[in-house]
Design a protein around this ligand. Structure first.
Ligand SMILES: *[C@@H]1O[C@H](CO)[C@@H](O)[C@H](O)[C@H]1NC(C)=O
Ligand SMILES: *[C@@H]1O[C@H](CO)[C@@H](O)[C@H](O)[C@H]1NC(C)=O
Length: 312
């Protein structure tokens, strides 16, 4: 009874999440079968840690720069799709895989099911993300790994994502882990209707993050200002275990979010065309990068924390 009351209090405190789903109702698959067929974790990558001399604001430019690369040279508009749905990654349904192929995605996610030093399905990493479908339509979560000098990581017409996971209905959820020192991002394919942009990025709202010492996360709307709504909440502990936990920072469509300055454009990304809005609260960091562009996002999860992402 007490737990229930606290949950209601927690939800009513946060009036922006009208679709929040109490944790006990989440359909999170807890056991992962290691059947040997879906292991894509042989690739070992040395994840470079950030230089310790960088400032918080510089580090924060890591996440924000992914959605900015609208004109990356190698991301041609033609589809390079070569993907097969013969063998499905863990958590990806056949119809969802076929949909990804139909919009010209390069491949399914690697969907590693144990620690690959980067991004994997499971709750055993220092950083965990719970992605929750609160939208009432099928959603496919797509996550990529984005080294700072990697110009095409988010271009799904030419690059294989780390994760592509089916969240078929409201309450569908998945727990994803990330090692420290990992820069990455995600977007969503909504109701089998989201396509790739003319350049090959998912034409929807992005989340961008870097984990580690200067862990930062933000919502970016630069690829599609008319994208679907997401709410990102940063926790120091596990809200699934302690329902009284409050987020230490929030990023949503209007909070710690990158938006195009001009109200008349659908997407943007060139220097001077975008801004970071309402990013000034507790653990929220905003600065200016080397090019004079805004940089920053939600911190408060250095070297480990929990991120809850609700698609609404
Ligand atoms: C498509 O797959 C084939 C066979 O695995 C491979 O030889 C070819 O290079 C792939 N094409 C692209 C564009 O990756
Ligand atoms: C989702 O897609 C179905 C099938 O195309 C359509 O009938 C429905 O209106 C869509 N719902 C939303 C919220 O877009």
């Amino acid at each position: 009874m007490r737990v229930r009351t606290m949950m209601l209090l927690l939800l009513s405190n946060c009036n922006t999440i009208s679709h929040a789903i109490p944790y006990p109702n989440l359909k999170i698959p807890h056991s992962i079968k290691h059947d040997g067929n879906n292991l894509h974790d042989t690739e070992k990558v040395n994840v470079p840690l950030y230089r310790t001399t960088t400032t918080n604001a510089m580090i924060a430019s890591g996440p924000s720069s992914q959605s900015v690369r609208v004109g990356a040279p190698n991301a041609a508009s033609q589809s390079n799709s070569n993907m097969s749905c013969f063998a499905l990654g863990h958590g990806l349904s056949g119809p969802d895989c076929e949909y990804m192929a139909s919009i010209g995605m390069f491949d399914q996610g690697r969907n590693a099911i144990h620690n690959n030093g980067k991004i994997w399905i499971g709750a055993d990493g220092p950083n965990t993300f719970t992605f929750i479908n609160g939208a009432g339509v099928p959603i496919i979560l797509v996550m990529w790994y984005a080294l700072l000098n990697d110009n095409t990581a988010s271009f799904m017409n030419v690059r294989r994502p780390e994760i592509s996971y089916s969240l078929p209905e409201t309450g569908s959820a998945v727990e994803i882990s990330a090692a420290n020192g990992v820069p990455g991002g995600w977007s969503l394919l909504y109701n089998h209707s989201t396509t790739l942009s003319e350049y090959g990025q998912i034409a929807n709202t992005f989340g961008e993050f870097s984990t580690g010492i200067y862990a930062t996360i933000d919502v970016s709307r630069l690829v599609n200002m008319a994208g679907n709504s997401v709410m990102v909440r940063v926790f120091k502990g596990e809200p699934a275990l302690d329902t009284t936990l409050q987020p230490v920072c929030v990023s949503d469509m209007r909070t710690c979010a990158y938006v195009c300055t001009s109200k008349s454009v659908r997407s943007c990304g060139a220097t001077g065309t975008y801004q970071l809005i309402n990013c000034g609260g507790q653990n929220a960091v905003a600065g200016i990068d080397d090019h004079g562009n805004p940089t920053g996002g939600c911190q408060g999860w250095a070297n480990g924390g929990h991120i809850e992402v609700i698609f609404t």
